[in-house]
Structure formats: C-alpha cells, structure tokens
Design a protein around this ligand. Structure first.
Ligand code: RB5
Length: 161
C-alpha cells in the first residue's frame, strides 16, 4: 500500500453472513473516495466463503487492488481461505489494536472481519486504522515476513500444489 489512502483500490468479498457489513463498508469507503471492487456475494442467500476470499486474495496478490477485505460470520473461514493464496497475508482483526499490529508488524494485505462478532461502527474503526497504518519496515519484521515467503515458495510446497 504505497499510494495515498484515498487512491487505494480495495477488493471486497463476503459470504451471506458478511453481506450486509460488506455493503455497508462499500458505501462508506466509496463516500470517503476509495475505489471499491466488489467480488460478491450479492445477497444474503447461503453461499461458500472460499469463493469470495480466493477472488479477493487473487486481486490483491496480482496487484489489481492494493488491499482487500473479506468478511464472513466469524472472519475465520474467510481468513483461512485467503491465506491459501500465495502472497496473501490475511489477518483476522477484531479491534483497532489488532488492525494496527497486522499492518505495522505483519504488513498484512487482506483484512478479515467477523460480521457476527463485531458491530458496524467497530468494523469501520478497524478499517480506518487498517487503511491508515503503514508497514513499519523494521528489519526484524521484514526478516520474519521473508521467512514466511521463503517457506511458501519452497520447491517442495510448489510441487504439492
Ligand atoms: C456461515 O454460517 C459461517 O460458517 C461463515 O460465515 C463463517 O463464519 C465461517 O468461518
């Protein structure tokens, strides 16, 4: 996320449980000048969170969007799925502190939210912190992230996928 915040392209995705929060966040983010790309779902009809998490994660790791938000009931399934996409660093955040640390220490590129866990206003506070917090770039954090990337790109892991 190197652009000024208001120029960020944000990928959004949710299952049925996260649909209303996704729509609400999309409206608020758009009002604030962010460009939102909605990867679904488009109703509260029961559906499968991996479909939307994979789409959001692919949009982020490919560079089409600078960051992403995935939402399901707990945020757990969405984050597990997003983290299966190589290059995704999806963090399930439930307050401002976890959002700040996820960006500052982990350079997380996808935010997962649990729509049945947090309310609308808390979700908005988390998203604002997420968008406004840069990666610290500190050596120790880079070293740890490099270890994760190296593991993810091990020849043996690539062959298995
Ligand atoms: C859907 O009922 C629910 O399981 C899903 O939204 C999510 O919480 C899964 O992790």
């Amino acid at each position: 996320m190197t652009k000024p915040c208001a120029l960020l392209k944000i990928a959004l995705g949710s299952d049925h449980a996260g649909f209303e929060l996704k729509e609400w966040l999309k409206r608020r983010l758009t009002e604030e000048g962010y460009e939102c790309f909605d990867f679904g779902t488009d109703s509260t009809q029961s559906c499968d969170y991996p479909d939307f998490s994979f789409a959001v994660a692919n949009a982020v790791v490919s560079g089409r969007c600078q960051t992403g938000i995935v939402i399901c009931g707990t945020g757990i399934g969405s984050s597990i799925a997003a983290n299966k996409v190589r290059g995704a660093r999806c963090a399930l955040c439930w307050n401002e502190y976890t959002a700040r640390m996820a960006r500052n220490h982990n350079d997380a590129n996808i935010l997962a939210l649990g729509a049945r866990v947090i309310g609308l206003e808390l979700a908005w506070e988390i998203v604002k912190v997420w968008l406004e917090t840069p990666f610290s770039g500190q050596e120790r954090h880079k070293r740890r992230l490099n270890k994760i990337s190296a593991f993810e790109n091990l020849e043996s892991n690539l062959e298995a996928s």
